[in-house]
Design a protein around this ligand. Structure first.
Ligand code: ADP
Ligand code: SF4
Length: 695
C-alpha cells in the first residue's frame, strides 16, 4: 500500500474501534448486503467480498444467511447456513475476507413471515398467523409459533451461531430489521398480535430478541463479537416499531451485544434512490441513539463524502460508517481516503441497479462499478487492469457512458486511446438524463470517468468531432469501439406494438426532444410509456412541474413498473399522483389522431379517447449504427489500414440501462485482443452444482 497521504481532517475515520473481543482497524464497515449470488455462486461471492477487503474496509459482512430450512426466501438467492453442508462455501467467504486483514461478519436471519418457503414447503413460522409479507404476495400463510416452536428457533439459532464460528466468522449478527428478520416481526405491534408472554407489552415483544441475543453471546463465549441489527423506526406511527420502543429496547438490552447496527423501516425505506433521498438522510432517525448504549454503533446513509462521514462521528451519531451501496460502487473507498486520493472515488449515484440483482435473482451489478459481480467470473477488478497485449492504438467513437468507460478502461490497460465525440460535451445520455428531475447525482458516472481520463497521458479526447468511416480509415487505429448510442423511436414501436402506431396531425415528441429542450406548444400532454423503467415517470414529473396538464398511459398495472426492482415504484406513483398526473394503467395507445389519442384497455380491448395537444412516446430506442454500416461496407480496406477489429458497444449495440452500457464499455476494453462475441463455450467461469453421491 502507498504511504498514507490523507488529509489529517480524516484521521478520525482511521481510528481503531473495539467491537467486543475484536478491534476494527478503522471506522469503515461494509454492512450486510444482498448480491443475487449467495448460495448459488459462492466463489463469485467470496471474491467480491475479498476485493472490498483489499479496498480497506475494516469489517465486511455477508448478506442475510438463512439459518434454517424452515425460513428460506426462494426464489431469492441469499446465503444459507441451514446445516453443515453450507459451511465450506461460507468458510471461503470468511477466508478471503481474512486474507486481506478485515473482520468477517455474518448476518444470521430467521425470515419467518417474510419467507413463503416455496422450496422447503414447510408452513412459515411467525408470531401471529398471517399471510406472508413476501415480495410476490404468495398465497401462503404463516402459522403462529407455539412455545415449542420458539424453543426450537432458539436452538436453531444457537446451532447456526456454532456453524458460523466453525466457518470462521468473527462477528455474528442477530437480525431484527427490515421486516425480514423474524425477530422484527415479534418486536412490531403490526405483526405481533400475541397475548402470551411474547406479545402485548414492549417487554414481551422484545423477549425473543433478548433471548436470542443472550443465547448468541453465550454460544460465542468470547470467540466472536455479537451484533444486533435493528429497525429504529418502522415509519408506521404507533402501529409499528417507534423511536420510543427502540429507546426502551436500548435501555433494556443495550449492553448485551457488542455492536448495534441501526436501520430504518423496511429495505425500501433504508436503501432509497437518490431520486428520493440525499446522502445522510437517516441521521434524523438515528441521532441520539448512540448515547443509550456504551457499545459502538453503525448506520448507513449512502455516505460517499469523507466530510459527511467525519461529521457523523464527531457529532456522536455513529462510531462506524456503514455502507452497502458506496462499497459496491467503490470497493476501494476507504483506501482512497486513506491515500488522499479523493478525486479517484467512484461515488454511488443512488440508482439502485445493484438492488435489481437481488430482485431479479441475478448476480449483482452496478452502474458505477462494472466489475461488481465479475471479480471471480471474469477476473475483473475495480482498480487493477490487465496490461495491454500489444502497443496498439484504440479509437472510441462517442463519449456516452459506454464510450467513456471503454476509453478509460482501455487507457488503464495502457493502450494509446483516442476518444472522439460529435457534440460539444462529454456524457451522452448520461449527461442529458442527469438534468431530469431527481437524477442529478447520475452525473457522477461522467464525472468519475472524465476525471480519470483527464489524468491519463495516453488518452486523448476530441469534442465536436463527428467521425465518419472515411476519416477513420485515414488513421492507424487497430481497434475501434463504436459507442454512438441510440435515439428514442418516434413511431410507437416498442414492447406492446411491434409495428408502427398510426399517427395523425398531433405533435409527437420523444424523450430526446424533451431532453434537448423542446416543449409541446399546447398545455395538455399525453405520455405513452411502454418502456416501464424511470424515463416515462420522470418526464411526467418534468412536464407536470413545468405546469403542463399531463396524462400517462401504460400497458402495465403500475407506472414505471420495472422500478419495483429499484424499490422506488411506490414513491414514483405517489409523486405523480401528488402532482395531479392523470394515470391510465392497463391501457395502450392504439392510434394518435389530430387532437387526441385512441386508447385500448389491455384486458378487454375496449376503446376510449383522450384529448391532447401533444403526445410523448417513451417506447423503445434505435441504435445509431450508421458508422458501423459504413465501416462494414468498407471492410475490404481494413487490413491495409491496420484496422483489426470494430465493435459496437453500449446502446449502439443494443439499447439498455446505463449500467449495461458501462459494463459493455469495460468488456470492450477487457477483450480488445480476444473478443468473446463468437465464443462457442461460456466465456466466464461459473459454478455448477455438484452431484450428490449416488444412493
Ligand atoms: P451509450 O449509453 O451507449 O454510451 P450515448 O447515447 O449515451 O450511448 O452516447 C453516444 C454518444 O456518441 C453521444 O454523445 C453522441 O453524441 C456520440 N456520437 C454518435 N455518433 C457519433 C459519431 N459518428 N462521431 C462521434 N460521436 C458520435
Ligand atoms: Fe450505487 Fe447505483 Fe452502484 Fe447501486 S448500482 S451501488 S445505487 S451506483
Amino acid at each position: 500500500m502507498a504511504e498514507p497521504a490523507r488529509d489529517p481532517r480524516y484521521d478520525i475515520l482511521f481510528e481503531p474501534v473495539r467491537i467486543g473481543p475484536l478491534t476494527a482497524k478503522n471506522r469503515f464497515f461494509q454492512v450486510p448486503h444482498c448480491n443475487g449470488m449467495g448460495y448459488r455462486d459462492p466463489s463469485a461471492h467470496a471474491e467480491m467480498r475479498a476485493v472490498k477487503a483489499q479496498g480497506g474496509w475494516a469489517v465486511i459482512c455477508t448478506e442475510q444467511a438463512e439459518i434454517h430450512y424452515s425460513s428460506e426466501i426462494t426464489p431469492y438467492i441469499e446465503a444459507r447456513i441451514w446445516d453443515d453442508h453450507d459451511i465450506p462455501a461460507l468458510a471461503l467467504v470468511a477466508e478471503r475476507i481474512h486474507e486481506h486483514g478485515a473482520i468477517a461478519g455474518i448476518e444470521l436471519a430467521y425470515n419467518g413471515l417474510n419467507g413463503p418457503n416455496l422450496y422447503s414447503r414447510t408452513a412459515p413460522l411467525a408470531p401471529t398467523a398471517l399471510p406472508v409479507a413476501s415480495w410476490f404476495v404468495d398465497p401462503v400463510q404463516a402459522r403462529e409459533m407455539t412455545k415449542r416452536d420458539i424453543a426450537n428457533l432458539r436452538r436453531w439459532h444457537r446451532q447456526a451461531v456454532d456453524r458460523a464460528l466453525r466457518a470462521g466468522f468473527d462477528l455474528v449478527y442477530v437480525y431484527a430489521a427490515h421486516t425480514y428478520g423474524g425477530i422484527h416481526h415479534f418486536l412490531s405491534p403490526r405483526y405481533n398480535l400475541r397475548s402470551d408472554c411474547y406479545g402485548g407489552s414492549l417487554t414481551n415483544r422484545m423477549r425473543l430478541l433478548r433471548e436470542l441475543l443472550t443465547d448468541t453471546v453465550e454460544e460465542v463465549d468470547g470467540r466472536a463479537a455479537v451484533a444486533c441489527r435493528i429497525t429504529v423506526d418502522e415509519l408506521l406511527g404507533d402501529a409499528g416499531i417507534t423511536r420510543d420502543d427502540i429507546e426502551a429496547v436500548l435501555g433494556e438490552l443495550g449492553e448485551i451485544p457488542d455492536l448495534w447496527d441501526f436501520v430504518l423501516g423496511t429495505w425500501e425505506d433504508d436503501s432509497v434512490t437518490s431520486r428520493f433521498s440525499a446522502e445522510g438522510d437517516q441521521e434524523q432517525y438515528v441521532a441520539g441513539l448512540k448515547a443509550l448504549t456504551s457499545k459502538p454503533v453503525v448506520g448507513v446513509g449512502r455516505f460517499t463524502s469523507p466530510d459527511t462521514m467525519v461529521r457523523m462521528v464527531r457529532r456522536g451519531v455513529l462510531d462506524f460508517i456503514g455502507a452497502a451501496r458506496p462499497s459496491i460502487a467503490d470497493p476501494y473507498l476507504p483506501r482512497k481516503i486513506e491515500e488522499g486520493r479523493l478525486e479517484d472515488i467512484r461515488e454511488c449515484i443512488g440508482c439502485n441497479i445493484c438492488v435489481t440483482g437481488d430482485h431479479t435473482m441475478s448476480p449483482i451489478r452496478c452502474t458505477q462499478n462494472p466489475s461488481m459481480g465479475e471479480e471471480w467470473r471474469r477476473g475483473w477488478h475495480p482498480e487493477v487492469y490487465r496490461a495491454r497485449h500489444a502497443a496498439e492504438r484504440v479509437l472510441v467513437v462517442g463519449a456516452g457512458p459506454a464510450g467513456l468507460e471503454a476509453a478509460m478502461a482501455a487507457g488503464k490497460r495502457g493502450y494509446e486511446v483516442v476518444l472522439v465525440e460529435r457534440s460539444r460535451r462529454l456524457g451522452g445520455r448520461g449527461a442529458a438524463e442527469a438534468r431530469l428531475p431527481g437524477l442529478a447525482e447520475w452525473i457522477r458516472v461522467l464525472d468519475y470517468r472524465e476525471g480519470q481520463i483527464s489524468r491519463m497521458d495516453n488518452v486523448e479526447v476530441y469534442l465536436e468531432s463527428p467521425m465518419t468511416a472515411a476519416e477513420l480509415l485515414e488513421y492507424d487505429f487497430a481497434h475501434v469501439a463504436v459507442a454512438t448510442g441510440s435515439a428514442w423511436r418516434r413511431d410507437g414501436v416498442g414492447r406492446w406494438h411491434t409495428h408502427r402506431v398510426p399517427i395523425g396531425g398531433l405533435p409527437v415528441l420523444t424523450p430526446d426532444d424533451l431532453m434537448t429542450g423542446d416543449r409541446p406548444a399546447g398545455r395538455r400532454v399525453v405520455i405513452f410509456d411502454d418502456d416501464h423503467f424511470y424515463m416515462g415517470g420522470v418526464l411526467a414529473e418534468l412536464l407536470a412541474g413545468e405546469g403542463y396538464d399531463v396524462a400517462i398511459v401504460t400497458p402495465q398495472a403500475y407506472v414505471s413498473r420495472w422500478t419495483i426492482n429499484t424499490m422506488d415504484q411506490h414513491r414514483i406513483q405517489a409523486k405523480l399522483m401528488d402532482l395531479g398526473v392523470d394515470l391510465h394503467c392497463n391501457s395502450t395507445v392504439e392510434s394518435i389522431g389530430d387532437d387526441g389519442l385512441e386508447l385500448a384497455c389491455t384486458y378487454t380491448g375496449r376503446r376510449s379517447s383522450l384529448e391532447a395537444e401533444a403526445a410523448v412516446l417513451v417506447t423503445a430506442r434505435l441504435s445509431e449504427t450508421s458508422l458501423l454500416a459504413e465501416l462494414e461496407a468498407r471492410r475490404g480496406e481494413w487490413a491495409d489500414r491496420g484496422l483489426r477489429s470494430v465493435r459496437a458497444v453500449g446502446d449502439a449495440l443494443a439499447p439498455g440501462t446505463i449500467a449495461a452500457a458501462v459494463w459493455e464499455g469495460r468488456r470492450f476494453a477487457e477483450e480488445i485482443e480476444a473478443p468473446s462475441d463468437d465464443a462457442d463455450t461460456t466465456p466466464y467461469r461459473r459454478e455448477v452444482t455438484q452431484l450428490a453421491p449416488k444412493a
